[in-house]
Structure formats: structure tokens, C-alpha cells
Design a protein around this ligand. Structure first.
Ligand code: SF4
Length: 155
């Protein structure tokens, strides 16, 4: 018997690019002060592992605007990138070479980065939050970019 409903799913794997984040949400257990990025060699290893697991999608994850931290920029430079947007673009292109659809879950992107990444990412997730979380004593009190207004601009 069927009621006509269909359920579909995509098998995906996650790649944490960096835990550095310019925001400070009070509920966060992800953020770290270690200003580093995943090396290109480790990117390859992660994507290979994900592809081997049978997944078809690689979800790249990081904190919001890690490029605001000087040591993160130094780490990017060491890996041969002049900007975080370049690093994200390279990560997406690399995923495609492993026949994985690249998905970006990387916080708020500026217009320059969004335009640059639109042609290589299969999906760019835009964080949208209730304005109830913003304000004194609220979860996003110290996360100046986690506002409903910013999400609307990004969309
Ligand atoms: S944006 Fe907030 S939830 Fe996301 S990593 Fe940064 S502090 Fe954590």
C-alpha cells in the first residue's frame, strides 16, 4: 500500500575546514581559537574517504569569516591561497574531481565570495536566524552578523 509519499536522501560527508569563527554564539560547541585551516593534503584525504564511503556530496563546514584572523590568513598563504574565498573555491573544485557535489556551510559570505563560489558550489547554505536571538542577554548578543537582516541581504 502506498499513499504516494516519496522519501529521498543524499549520502554526504562533512569536511571541517577550520573552527575559527568571528562570531560568539553562546550555544556554540564548534568554535575554536586555533587559527588554522585544513591543509590541501588533508583535504584530499577527507574527500577520498568520503567518496570511498559511497557518499555523493561533500559538505564543507567552518566558522563565520575566519579570514578576519591574521594567523588564519598566514595559514592560507602557506597553503598557497591569497584569500579564504580562493580556498573555498579550490575545495569545491577538488570535491568535483572526486565526483562529489560540493556544499558550502560556511557562515555568511560577502558578495565577492558568493559570486566567486556560485559557479563551483552545488549549494550554498545561508544561515537564517530569528531576531529573537539577538539582543542583550540573548544567544547572539556577541554575534554581530547573526541577524535576520543580514540573512535577508545574503538571500
Ligand atoms: S557562527 Fe556561532 S555557531 Fe557558528 S561557529 Fe561561529 S560561534 Fe559557533
Amino acid at each position: 500500500m502506498t499513499n504516494g509519499a516519496q522519501i529521498s536522501f543524499i549520502r554526504s560527508g562533512s569536511v571541517v575546514l577550520t573552527r575559527v569563527c568571528s562570531q560568539a554564539c553562546s550555544y556554540c560547541a564548534f568554535r575554536s581559537s586555533e587559527e588554522n585551516v585544513l591543509s590541501v593534503a588533508n583535504l584530499h584525504e577527507n574527500l577520498y574517504r568520503i567518496r570511498k564511503s559511497g557518499a555523493t556530496e561533500a559538505v564543507f563546514i567552518c566558522g563565520d569569516s575566519p579570514q578576519e584572523y591574521p594567523l588564519t590568513l598566514v595559514a592560507l598563504k602557506k597553503e598557497g591561497f591569497s584569500s579564504f574565498a580562493d580556498y573555498l573555491e579550490h575545495s569545491c573544485k577538488l570535491a568535483l574531481t572526486y565526483e562529489l557535489l560540493p556544499v558550502l556551510s560556511v557562515g555568511a559570505l560577502d558578495l565577492f565570495a558568493s559570486k566567486k563560489l556560485a559557479h563551483v558550489a552545488a549549494l550554498i547554505r545561508i544561515p537564517v536566524f530569528s531576531s529573537d536571538l539577538f539582543g542583550a542577554g540573548k544567544a547572539h548578543e556577541n554575534s554581530r552578523r547573526r541577524t535576520f537582516g543580514n540573512a535577508k541581504i545574503a538571500i
